[in-house]
Design a protein around this ligand. Sequence first.
Ligand code: SF4
Ligand code: SF4
Length: 282
Amino acid sequence: MLNFSCVDGPGNRMVIFFQGCNYNCKNCHNPQTIGICNHCAGCVEHCPTQALQTIHTENEKTKVAWNQALCTECDKCIEVCPQQASPKTMTMTVYELIEKIHENRLFINGITVSGGEASLNLPFIISLFRLIKTTASLKHLTCMIDSNGSLSVTGWKHLTPYLDGAMIDLKAWHDETHKWLTNRSNHRVFETMNFLHAQNKLHEIRLLHIPNKTDFMEQIEKVAYYLRPFSSSVKIKLNAFRHHGVVGDALNWDECDKEEINQLANELSERGVENLLTPAIY
Ligand code: SF4
Ligand code: SF4
């Protein structure tokens, strides 16, 4: 959870990160958010500050408990986890989360749910957003989601009555490229963007440019033709692939520099795509 962020939607926002993702992106810069901890306790002995402990629950199950006060964020536990998970998570009810949001309500413009993939927790998010919208002291807050777009249109229909906007990742143009990169098809992502745009709930489309890996430059005519109608009202954010946080083969891939992002932005702009955003820092 981040109490304040200026990069996860409009204004100053509280961000809630959900553990677990249905993609397995080769380029993930937060790979420890993909898996769910199974409490194997493999990381406990690697913690240098005893911030991790094995505890026994009432029903005789073993759990790994994280003591945030003792944690120095050295990430040794994440390095040794075989599940691409993290023991540094907490379980909260909607009402406990509402209390935290209430504490910050005077300093923020809204909340953003992120991940992992936040939409995997759809009933929780619907309850959370509904409660925010129906609580007098919180209803000034906007409710946004940062998503890989894999939720079905049926799922979005349940969420949109309480949703102010979504930031959706389009990770590659061709389905084959998308499958190679993420392990999943991008058909749902296009359905998501089309549906949310029609509902006036699409805040931002994010394209990640990985030189020689993603295919936005090769398919520039089709990409621009698709994005152009969105771009009068939706921000088109171009993100540059960097090595920070990445593990495995992707560390050998070329990083994307300012020149390459500007080239992509120019190619899109020349074809009538508006509202383009490029990174402030690389
Ligand atoms: S974070 Fe990973 S290593 Fe640690 S208990 Fe959970 S699954 Fe096991
Ligand atoms: S990040 Fe925190 S919990 Fe994990 S090993 Fe380091 S001190 Fe322990």
